[in-house]
Design a protein around this ligand. Sequence first.
Ligand SMILES: Nc1ncnc2c1ncn2[C@@H]1O[C@H](COP(=O)(O)OP(=O)(O)O)[C@@H](O)[C@H]1O
Ligand SMILES: CC(=O)N[C@@H](CCC(=O)OP(=O)(O)O)C(=O)O
Length: 298
Amino acid sequence: MSLPSERAQTIAKVLIEALPYIRRFQGKTMVIKYGGNAMVDETLKQGFARDVVLMKLVGINPVIVHGGGPQIGSLLKRLGKASEFVQGMRVTDAETMDVVEMVLGGLVNKEIVNFINQHGGSAVGLTGKDGDLIRASKMLLKRDAPELQAPEIIDIGHVGEVKSIDPGIVHMLVNSNFIPVIAPIGVGEDGRSYNINADLVAGKMAEVLKAEKLLLLTNTAGLLDAQGELITELEVGRVQELIEEGVISGGMLPKIGCAIDAVNSGVKTAHIIDGRVEHAVMLDLFTDTGVGTLIRAR
Ligand SMILES: Nc1ncnc2c1ncn2[C@@H]1O[C@H](COP(=O)(O)OP(=O)(O)O)[C@@H](O)[C@H]1O
Ligand SMILES: CC(=O)N[C@@H](CCC(=O)OP(=O)(O)O)C(=O)O
């Protein structure tokens, strides 16, 4: 009998090392926010799809909420429209809303579904309109400045916040072994579509589904400090200070906000991880230290 190759031994060792994590997370729900900035190339997208399929096969229930900000921006650009953001939120007029719905609910959603299915999973794509999943209300932003007597209210158009989530359709899909892939579009009481920041949807989804983990895949190593060094575990008490110092800004603002809300509402941990690293999801789930920035309730 020939001895197993070094490669076969390594594979066996790796699988055995994953066993305690698989046991710990079996039957648990993980909400994974797949940011548009992490959908960089084919290899990464295929790697992400494989990670998700493997999770499902070992009995973990992944629920994907995706973004697509850069993809919306590039179609807008082709149409001769500039992207404008206020406090990390896209200013969304009626025309932009049409583009958002086409890109998120169409192109991006179906691409992710297709990749997962090609790797042997059974993914189903939804927007917040399907099964009345995400009810939205209009988001109004506040700007405060020393020269203002009272905070100024800024109207950024068809931008929503999550008013409620009815997870019925998600439970139905998960229980039937499907992997839900959700685009962050909500529906208002008036039946209108609302563009919702994907981090906000992912955070609320994790809360409502009582998820074990919220994984936020983005295009940085995690949350970085003023020197550009990775913060491996965020001290929640320091967040306000980091925002005031300008260390946390732009797209990181909603990410940190939703992660803190999620862990304060029962989600065990939230992780901001680098989606540009191949198999980032596996590395985070199946290693002790994880990767990126860990956020947990105080
Ligand atoms: N302290 C910080 N650490 C890391 N990234 C930060 C920080 N503050 C702001 N950012 C910005 O937030 C971005 C991630 O948010 P965003 O562009 O919305 O990504 P995604 O599409 O993944 O949601 C980073 O690329 C970076 O430019
Ligand atoms: C209101 C708002 O800003 N909506 C986002 C929705 C997509 C998103 O959040 O995409 P990422 O996760 O890739 O940034 C947008 O229009 O860009």
